[in-house]
Design a binder for this molecule. Sequence first.
Ligand code: NDP
Length: 256
Amino acid sequence: MPILDSFKLDGKVALVTGGNRGLGRQMALALAEAGANVAITSRSIHRAEEVAQSISEATGRKCVGYACDVANPSDVESMMAQLIDEFGGIHIVVNNAGINIRGPIDQLTLAEFQEVLDTNVTGMWLVCRAAAPYLKEQRYGRVINIGSTLSIIAIAERTPYASSKGAVLQMTRALALEWAPYGITVNAMLPGPFATEMNTSLVEDPVAYQSFIQKVPLGRWGELHEIGGLAVFLASDASSFVTGAGISIDGGWTVM
Ligand code: NDP
């Protein structure tokens, strides 16, 4: 197959959790541009449907929005059942939904710590579990888990987020081994700083904003469109021998 054809996603169905804004929206758009039909989720059906329609209009691909709190097991099961009913199957799962609550450990509540773990770790586990029967049955799948630079290094005052993103990388590795016999690849993308809603407080603080530039050898924050290429690669047959990897997309931060 000519190399560029191996990146095409025609005939594939992709799910992107938290696909209604930020990195998730950008990856959903990139997957649709590469040919996939795409399901996106938000906790708000209105936000999901509005963005699904805009992706569909921009790409000509089918895109449907679902309401789903990834930390809620019945929401996840019901979303997956609706998706299978609507699209007839699933091939690509992008576990992107995530939150960050920052602060010194003695100023955080247990509820805040648990909320981050529930969303970033348990949510990912629940979505993978819900997709398992379909991916295993067809003996094909591409699972992409969104970790972070903080999956491998740390920053002060990030105990919930760093704990959760470390777990994302280890869950990725364990599941890559578990699903290798089924032809399902499981990889993690580890982004550095991108100016999304999650980082509004950092982007609006000139000192914090600049401090991240100093951590990044390329000398800048990532631009949203730069997340799409790696997502399409990992979702496609171009990455058929890549599994269990945690791939940094951080302007070189983690080699410092
Ligand atoms: P945003 O805050 O812009 O988007 C987060 C997305 O997650 C939203 O779509 C939100 O949907 C969804 N979400 C949050 N909680 C839940 C939940 N309980 N159930 C379902 N969906 C939920 O953040 P980013 O785009 O920046 O982040 C996307 C991913 O990338 C996250 O996993 C984040 O940790 C990771 N990342 C981001 C980096 C960055 O610099 N931006 C760097 C490294 C990793 P809604 O609120 O509508 O429900």
